[in-house]
Design a binder for this molecule. Structure first.
Ligand SMILES: *Cc1c(COP(=O)(O)O)cnc(C)c1O
Length: 386
């Protein structure tokens, strides 16, 4: 099915189906073969060439959602991130990465780039000046992530894209938190979109996968690198991801609605010091978020009032589960002090704006009154004890 002019729900439901010509089943069959004929065929297929029938067809759904010519599916978000960065960076090149990045991406750069002779600079902030200062003559890539984790800071897509275009630098975004439902960076001129499909695209906390979307020319470069690095996804998981993505819009919209309601409720609560959600007018980047996002997402964070114990709060919850990951249909929370930012010193955390009482909530699709009631009763319990 051609995706031009189709709505997002139709794309999610139909684009990139593998047609069942043999039995005319309503859904894609799974082709598990790792061995295909090489004579008299258009494409030499092999799972690590990222071109089995299921891989190839699901890529079309991702490309249609991001509004790009092409896309690829990977075995994890980090396989997508590492392959894409290494596809465009070689010895002597320099990459500018925004401050506030997913921990795994930060570790990839800090722990691996030296051995390849790739130089890097993290920006001091997210404004134009901070990016301009970080750029060097040998800069080949600018890499951003918006909204960021866990404080939901927003980076100006149009500003970064213009800077990249003017200077001949490729721009990349980790679009995991927003999803293409809430944010289409290509519409603002960003070159390459990267996803941990483990998160919203999968959405049920049971698939580990990644995705990249870009122009056909950029995807060609990434494809050549991906064969060497080998981060492909098994066809069974590809099929699971296709199934999950049929409901992506429904899930994300419900998560948007829930998160906005919960953020507003938290803002008014006497036991809560601060709420970080880009859809709140009180968020410092609200205007920017409004300009470049069509929904504000299901991720938010908040700080408990001083003296309230975050561990006791977590223990008092009945519905919301503590979880390292995010973006499932179930609401989960994480305490950055103990998980994503646990290896930092309290001083380093403070510098990054991560208070010890900070809680990051991944809002699910449950009824919002039940999520709010769970938070309310847990806040009440810790406040009475304090
Ligand atoms: C989880 C995550 C990743 C890494 O994805 P994996 O699927 O765990 O490899 C990258 N970026 C963001 C924003 C993430 O949340």
């Amino acid at each position: 099915m051609k995706s031009k002019n189709l709505g997002l729900n139709t794309i999610c439901t139909h684009v990139g189906e593998v047609e069942d010509k043999q039995f005319k089943g309503a859904v894609s069959p799974i082709y598990m073969a790792t061995s295909y004929a090489y004579d008299n065929v258009d494409v030499k297929r092999y799972p690590r060439y990222f071109n089995t029938p299921n891989q190839e067809m699901l890529s079309k759904k991702i490309a249609a959602l991001e509004g790009t010519e092409a896309a690829m599916i990977f075995g994890s978000g980090m396989a997508a991130v590492s392959t894409t960065l290494l596809a465009f960076l070689r010895k002597g090149d320099h990459v500018v990465l925004q401050k506030a990045l997913y921990g795994g991406t930060f570790n990839l750069v800090e722990e691996e780039f030296d051995r390849f002779g790739i130089e890097y600079t993290f920006t001091s902030g997210l404004d134009k000046d901070a990016f301009a200062k970080a750029i060097k003559p040998q800069t080949k890539v600018i890499y951003i992530e918006t909204p960021s984790n866990p404080l939901m800071t927003i980076t100006d897509l149009e500003m970064v894209a213009a800077m990249g275009r003017e200077m001949g630098i490729i721009t990349m975004i980790d679009n995991t938190f927003a999803t293409p439902i809430n944010q289409r960076p290509a519409d603002f001129g960003i070159d390459i979109m990267i996803h941990s499909a483990t998160k919203y695209m999968g959405g049920h906390s049971d698939i580990c996968a990644g995705a990249v979307a870009a122009s056909a020319a950029h995807m060609e470069v990434i494809w050549h690198k991906s064969k060497n690095l080998g981060g492909s996804l098994s066809d069974f998981s590809v099929w699971m991801l296709e199934r999950s993505m049929k409901t992506l819009v429904l899930r994300v919209k419900q998560q948007n609605r829930n998160a906005k309601k919960i953020a507003k409720w938290l803002l008014k609560n006497e036991h809560v010091r601060a709420v970080y959600y880009p859809g709140l007018k009180s968020h410092p980047d609200y205007e920017l978020a409004k300009k470049q996002m069509s929904g504000y997402g299901g991720m938010l964070s908040f700080e408990l009032e001083e003296g309230l114990d975050v561990d006791a709060f977590q223990a008092a919850l009945n519905l919301i589960k503590a979880s390292m990951s995010l973006a499932g249909v179930e609401s989960t929370l994480t305490i950055p002090k103990k998980t994503s930012h646990g290896l930092l010193t309290p001083e380093e955390r403070k510098n990054q704006g991560i208070a010890d009482g900070l809680i990051r909530l991944s809002v699910g699709i449950e009824d919002k009154k039940d999520i709010i009631e769970d938070i309310r009763q847990a806040l009440h319990k810790v406040a009475v004890k304090a």
